[in-house]
Design a protein around this ligand. Structure first.
Ligand code: DAH
Length: 344
């Protein structure tokens, strides 16, 4: 009897099931009224009294074990098949897990941030849905001023008065207002983020893109500081031999304002089709923060001065990686994305 119990116990341990019908067959074989285990219980009558305790216990254990095994097989099947079916080769090497790559926009953004972090800039954030004050008015865009047309805006709430307008931010300059309103100078901050403009989508422009805004406010900040800081950035980002030039420009929130160009990173200034044979590439807008903007944000322009700049991340990424169509950045085509550094 003991041998019989041991033998059944081993057999039960080895059981595997291919289907629910098979499990049911096993249950009938071992546990149904006329099954193997109940028939052992019937034989129990013939067991010698001194062995009853031991064999009784063994029988009960066997019955319990059979019940548990049958349930286990059932739930394995419910979960999608037997986990250790005989055709699983446990020695086979695991399938390769492919690791994603960082998006080129993230790579360029992180590089820009780390260059400025090295000279004491921090990173600040602001909302993508912005009110009129932070996106326009505090930055010296008067309500009906044509400068607003430079940034064709997606409005969320038009409102009767321009003050009630809510829009998707058209630039990250809104974040400099938020920082100045809440921080005592000295301020050295970088604001990367997504911006939105109602532009027709083409190879060169998109209605969603990314900018990095920079702001430096302290006592005695001058245009020379702006130039030196941006020169440092250009040489770190594009190589030591990079040259820069400034062209006068207009932004409502800076005075004077400029457009900064870098010598073409492909032809080094000799002239090629990327720089349209000028030798220069436009890279960002910049200027001295207009005293009216400082005042709007609660900073005394008699005490403090500052400079600001803003650049498009897609633009920089297109230059760095020679990407000819801005739409690649938004299409999530793996053939494009896999060409960039793995995200490790
Ligand atoms: N906000 C400007 C734009 O989106 C870019 C810019 C220009 C930002 C000059 C600045 C700046 O801070 O000083 O076109």
């Amino acid at each position: 009897m003991k041998d019989k119990i041991r033998q059944l116990s081993e057999e039960i341990e080895q059981l595997m099931a291919e289907s629910h019908e098979h499990v049911e067959e096993l249950r009938i074989r071992f546990l149904s009224k006329k099954g193997l285990i109940p028939s052992l219980f019937s034989d129990f009558r013939n067991v010698a009294p001194e062995q009853r305790k031991e064999i009784g216990q063994a029988l009960n254990t066997l019955k319990q074990k059979a019940g548990e095994k049958i349930n286990e097989l059932k739930s394995q099947l419910d979960l999608g098949g037997a986990s250790e079916s005989s055709d699983t080769d446990m020695s086979r090497p695991a399938e390769e897990i492919s690791i994603g790559s960082r998006h080129p926009i993230s790579l360029v953004r992180n590089r820009i941030i780390s260059i400025f972090q090295n000279i004491g800039f921090n990173v600040s954030d602001g909302p993508e849905m912005e009110d009129d004050w932070h996106n326009f008015s505090a930055l010296n865009f008067p309500p009906e001023h044509p400068a607003r047309d430079m940034q064709d805006t997606f409005f969320i709430e038009k409102g009767k008065d321009h003050k009630d307008q809510v829009a998707l931010r058209t630039h990250t300059s809104s974040v400099q207002v938020r920082v100045m309103e809440t921080t005592e100078p000295p301020i050295r901050t970088l604001s990367p983020g997504r911006v939105f403009r109602n532009e027709a989508i083409s190879a060169r422009s998109h209605c969603i893109f990314h900018q990095v805004e920079g702001l430096y406010v302290d006592k005695g900040v001058s245009f020379a500081d702006l130039k030196q800081t941006l020169y440092y950035f250009a040489t770190e980002m594009f190589g030591e031999e990079t040259r820069i030039r400034f062209r006068p420009s207009y932004f409502p929130f800076t005075e004077p304002s400029a457009e900064m160009d870098i010598s073409c990173i492909l032809c080094k200034g000799k002239g090629c089709n990327v720089c349209k044979y000028t030798g220069w590439l436009e890279i960002m807008g910049c200027g001295m923060v207009d005293p009216a903007v400082l005042k709007n944000c609660g900073i005394d322009p008699e005490v403090y001065s500052g400079f600001a700049f803003g650049m498009g991340i897609e633009r920089v990424a297109m230059m760095q990686y020679a990407v000819r169509d801005i739409r690649y950045f938004f299409e999530n085509d793996q053939r494009f994305l896999k060409q960039f550094t793995p995200a490790l």
